[in-house]
Design a protein around this ligand. Structure first.
Ligand SMILES: Nc1ncnc2c1ncn2[C@@H]1O[C@H](COP(=O)(O)OP(=O)(O)OP(=O)(O)O)[C@@H](O)[C@H]1O
Ligand SMILES: [Mg+2]
Length: 338
């Protein structure tokens, strides 16, 4: 990944001069919605979406399209409103203003049975997995098959086991355990198994890989790719994991101060000089995302102890994989610069 240089005088990133070209109106301006490319079909369209909680304006005019069959990744700082936006797409929250049209259906105008039909086409992984504590893993994952589809129990069990194995869980061992008897990472994977159990056409993932070990992270990313490539699933993924974003995203959107300030494919996101993007992609603690929260001023940042080197067998990874996960806030590495 190409990185913008730091300000040599202060090690400030992005450089102070660059920031000064970005007054708040420009920094917070919404990215335009691109015309639909040839061969793409709009699956979901969100326009002018606004949402406040009391006096706090969380979403201030969100505009974007999701194309059928794509994986649309949402990045943004903590508390920027990503989960809130996802809940609108799921029909769990109603906008104060604006429209959400999914599969030709305006969610605000849908009646209960239309919403029920919509929900049956989608799978959801909530940020905290949201499993029911009183139910076993089998019941949690199989619930929609039992309650909604009324499938026979032996079929439910076989499908639950298959779904658990797709997320690298020892299915038979944990089938009858309660969520409280699992580790945090296992609960997350059980949540993913539940999200895919009904073969959904649309999957919403809220931080699917947070808290998982690197091998399982890769497995979950491969699962997303596989569902897209073999079944044409459309996915919306919130993540803080840039490697994951680059591995799975067709397009990436960045939420900042209630708007998408950038929407584009990986090349467009890479090339975008927007200081919020540069900070997000660099992981720097200095920049607009942390403005007002830090008191480090222009002091140089502490030097990291080391930078993780990837082995040559990692060569099949995306370019971002050369961008170390640790040491992001430290000095520029001497290699891989352009
Ligand atoms: N039901 C609610 N009532 C009041 N405030 C809420 C509610 N839901 C979310 N918020 C507020 O909206 C803001 C955005 O929350 P949200 O959960 O969408 O953030 P996020 O981008 O998903 O953050 P994170 O990356 O930490 O998960 C937060 O300040 C939160 O306190
Ligand atoms: Mg969230």
């Amino acid at each position: 990944m190409r990185r913008l240089p730091t300000d040599p005088g202060t090690d400030r990133y992005p450089p102070r001069a660059a920031i000064e070209e970005w007054p708040s109106e420009r920094l917070e301006a919404a990215a335009p919605v691109d015309p639909v490319p040839e061969g793409k079909e709009v699956f979901a369209a969100v326009r002018s979406l606004k949402k406040s909680f009391g006096p706090r304006r969380i979403l201030r005019g969100i505009n974007f399209d999701i194309y059928r069959g794509e994986t649309f990744v949402i990045l943004g700082g903590s508390g920027s409103g990503k989960t809130t936006l996802l809940k609108h797409l799921m029909g769990m929250l109603k906008p104060d203003y604006g429209t959400i049209t999914i599969g030709g259906q305006d969610l605000a105008k849908a009646n209960e049975s239309e919403m029920g039909a919509y929900r049956r086409t989608m799978g959801v992984l909530f940020q905290n997995a949201a499993l029911l504590n009183s139910l076993s893993v089998l019941e949690n994952v199989g619930l929609p098959l039992i309650e909604v589809d009324q499938r026979p129990l032996d079929e439910v069990q076989a499908r639950v086991i298959a779904a658990l194995k797709r997320v690298f869980l020892p299915a038979e061992e944990i089938l009858h355990l309660k969520p409280a008897d699992l580790s945090g990472g296992m609960r997350k994977r059980v949540g993913i198994a539940r999200a895919i159990i009904q073969d959904p056409q649309l999957i919403f993932y809220d931080e699917p890989t947070t808290g998982l070990d690197p091998v399982t992270v890769n497995g979950v990313n491969e699962l997303t790719l596989d569902l897209q490539q073999s079944l044409g699933v459309t996915s919306v993924v919130i993540t803080h994991d840039l490697d994951a974003a680059y591995m799975i995203a067709d397009r990436i959107a960045v939420l900042y101060k209630g708007r998408f300030i950038a929407i584009g494919n990986q090349d467009a996101i890479e090339a975008d000089p927007h200081p919020v993007l540069r900070q997000l992609l660099s992981g720097s603690t200095i920049g607009p995302l942390t403005e007002g929260y830090t008191d480090t001023g222009d002091r140089p940042r502490p030097a990291p102890k080391g930078i993780r080197r990837r082995s040559s067998t990692d060569g099949d990874k995306t370019p971002s994989a050369s961008f170390p996960a640790s040491g992001l806030t430290g000095p520029e590495p001497t290699h891989g610069q352009s």
